[in-house]
Design a protein around this ligand. Sequence first.
Ligand code: SF4
Length: 503
Amino acid sequence: MKGESKSVYLETMGCQMNVLDSELVMGQLRAMGYAPTDDMTSANLVLFNTCSVRDHAEQKVLSRLGNLRKPKEERDDLVVGVIGCMAERDPDGIFSKMPHVDLVCGPSELNKIPALIEEVQDGRDRAVALSQSLSRKSTPVARALEYDSVEALDLARDPAPDENVLQSYIRVQRGCDKFCTFCVVPFTRGAERSRPASQIVDEAKMLADRGAKEITLLGQTVNSYIHQENGRAVPFADLLGRLNEVSGIERIRFVTSYPGDFTTDILEAMRDLPKVCEYLHLPVQSGSDPVLQRMRRQYSVSQYIELVDKARELVPGVELASDFIVGFCGETEEEHKASVALIGRCEFKSIFVFKYSERPATVADKRMADDIPDNVKRRRNQELLVAQEALATLANQQRIGQQVEVLVEGYSKAALKAQEAEQTRGEEVSWRRSDQLVGRTRSDQIVVFNGKAEHIGGFATVRIDAATALTLHGEIIVAIPGTPQSRRAPSRGASLPVLDSAS
Ligand code: SF4
């Protein structure tokens, strides 16, 4: 294939960590001469970056792979790969169900993708890279060597000149040591390891030089970040302090926080550091202590509420989001009602609700019965969403008349659809729809308003004139246009997928 133009279709499922992994993998593929395409059927290379947190996500990958059976029979040049958590968790299952898959690669081995593709193209049957040596059974030396290889992917980060980096993710930590009984992440991403603060700061500087204004620090339990530097521990609050000094970066966010490890110094950093945004994603998973105990979450409901209250006291204007699992093993109606009550008590900005599904190898899978019928899980899911929607609508309507500052991320989904219709069918689309922009406040409120292309990538003050549970609508009052660099493409942030999370 050397010298010919090659295309890659890369589809990402799951959490923000996977979104970042896909960006870094795409950087490697670009260096190999691959151009990204949205057309799976014509691509030379098809990769699925997968999630194992829920069964539904794995079934979706199998169905997408099934669609490639025929093209694979018809085209010798097509390479099909599964990367990420599902590849790590069940490589044999993937190969036995989908024998046309050429490569599987675990999330900690992604720097090996170029070599794996070459192996397949050189005629070897299947190429496999898994992180067995990251398992807790391996020696410390083996794990240290393997970790160097993991780091290579982040250290080689080099965004393409046409890549929009306005809002960028930076990994600060990999893996997880918590072993919540429902969660597969410690098995697919290995033990918790924090990256050196100096590397993270250098990455932030590089991204700022390329046009980044907002960075989101990623970790499975990001607030438990700690790294030894010159014999001294650098905790998460100190890392925030160092990043606050990076010139060009205007906003700093972090996800996902583990409530049991949340220390007051982080809240103080949020209060005192001007660039750290007033937003916390704090997954609680249940409002019932017995359920939290069965999940092996290391906090109680009252400790969670205490943390929420302290965040509101110390960080003015902070908004909170949370995750809930409904229908976990043995969840009674009373336990479910406790989750509904917690939503009322905490007044979250938004919540993500997931129906429990068994994940192989987890403690819940081995020792507990998945005994809540699916129709009950669906009803409970709906009840949490209804409770949240009522509260969020009320809270957002109280913002009508307020002025908020947003970072303008790009065109809204409706505007992009309208523009596409204009281009493909030559239809006239009203100015109001095709020029609708979307931005986000520091506290992560989504704001939709009409504006101009030059506003994208800049900051704007918007007066709110309407509100729903999830979105604020308004009019621009003042705008500081983005630079040509930050307007290069509709931002990723404007079209972020709904992501599965686990923490
Ligand atoms: S839910 Fe979060 S904290 Fe618990 S094991 Fe999974 S990744 Fe770790």
